[in-house]
Design a protein around this ligand. Structure first.
Ligand code: HEC
Length: 151
């Protein structure tokens, strides 16, 4: 815990032991579709995020979004825009917002909302895990998306 707080301080994130729990889905604050605050206060892992992106049981993003990184894969989708250069089109906060709840950015999109649970105003412990992705998996996939630049 001490190391985590030091890390958070180094990152300039105002995290204290009291707020180290992930932000619950209903408490995520959207500003024009973007989410400024990390959901966990822990930096995303792009390698884990790449797995979330392709894993059918997790993000399954690849089913709709193609990008150069996956050009060898035969099952990639073209329902959504290609992810190449996505880090240059959107800020980190916007990417986090799109992944957490795409409807905030694209009101009628068919893209699933990955960090929402059905209308509970208060997430009780026993309802946790009802989102498609965990808070950290959202951070991880956002970290992966941030690696997708045009050279
Ligand atoms: C069922 C198909 C589908 C899935 C699954 C899906 N998306 Fe999307 N996504 C879309 C569509 C369609 C859009 C275009 C927005 C719209 O509807 O206007 C989009 C838009 C986006 C955008 C904005 C892209 C841009 O260039 O403007 C990002 C970023 C994104 N998706 C990331 C993801 C990630 C990450 C995942 C997995 C965690 C994911 N998507 C899963 C369909 C999907």
């Amino acid at each position: 815990m001490k190391r985590f707080i030091l890390f958070a301080a180094a990152m300039g994130i105002g995290v204290t032991a009291a707020t180290a729990e992930p932000v619950s889905p209903m408490q995520v604050v959207f500003t024009d579709g973007a989410v400024e605050e990390s959901l966990t206060g822990v930096a995303g892992d792009p390698v884990a995020g790449r797995d979330v992106f392709a894993n059918r049981k997790l993000g399954n993003c690849l089913a709709c979004h193609m990008n150069e990184d996956w050009s060898e894969q035969s099952f990639h989708g073209e329902v959504g825009p290609p992810m190449d250069g996505v880090a240059e089109r959107w800020s980190t906060a916007e990417l986090r917002g799109i992944v957490a709840n795409s409807k905030e950015m694209f009101p009628n999109t068919i893209m699933p909302s990955f960090y929402r649970n059905a209308g509970y105003t208060r997430t009780l412990k026993k309802f946790e895990g009802k989102t498609i992705l965990s808070a950290q998996q959202v951070e991880d996939v956002v970290a992966y998306l941030q690696t997708l630049t045009y050279e």
